[in-house]
Design a protein around this ligand. Structure first.
Ligand code: AIR
Length: 172
């Protein structure tokens, strides 16, 4: 597996609380599997808004390409990030609040026109990473190749699981 852009951090993952980390680490792990270096920063749109802005400024200087904002409850982190950058921003709403994360989903997805946040499903850590990878693949051919390889592996795994499940049914 090639490390895209020689291991330089391409994706900044911000999350609103250390309590989010068990889900958020899956974003980083998926990116790592695709050969994409990322970093996780705990910073809250409400508790530490200055830290959010300081990170975005650093990300611009260090040529980070995609930002992912993860938060639960009143999940304004991705939206605040999108207001401070022209980089593509992905929002990952997290469950834990009311109605299984519907609060976070609506807080993340309902952005005013002109300030987009590409929002994935509640707790959709894998898709947040895969979407970041697809954006990066426009610029980095090695990431495009990683995505092709991952899709082939996933297809083989899916077909095998289906065959096994059908075989079990037939054996009954
Ligand atoms: N949060 C933190 N600052 C703003 C928001 N929306 C989110 C965190 C976490 C939830 O609030 O992302 O999902 C609860 O945070 P905690 O630290 O009390 O567990």
């Amino acid at each position: 597996m090639h490390q895209a852009s020689s291991g330089k951090v391409l994706v900044g993952i911000l999350t609103g609380s250390p309590n989010d980390l068990p889900t958020v680490v899956k974003v980083r792990d998926t990116l790592t599997d695709l050969g994409i270096a990322s970093e996780i920063v705990v910073a809250s749109a409400h508790r530490t808004p200055d830290k959010v802005v300081a990170y975005i400024e650093r990300a611009h200087k260090e040529d980070v390409q995609v930002l992912i904002g993860c938060a639960g409850m009143a999940a304004h982190l991705a939206g605040v990030i999108a207001g401070h950058t022209r980089l593509p921003v992905i929002g990952l709403p997290l469950s834990g609040g009311v109605v299984s994360g519907l609060d976070a989903l609506l807080s993340t997805v309902q952005m005013p026109p002109g300030v987009p946040v590409a929002t994935v499903a509640v707790d959709g850590a894998k898709n947040a990473a895969m979407l970041a990878a697809r954006i990066l693949a426009l610029k980095f051919p090695e990431i495009n190749q990683s995505l092709e390889d991952a899709a082939k592996k996933e297809r083989a795994r899916y077909d095998q699981t289906a065959d096994e499940a059908l075989a079990k049914l037939t054996a009954k």
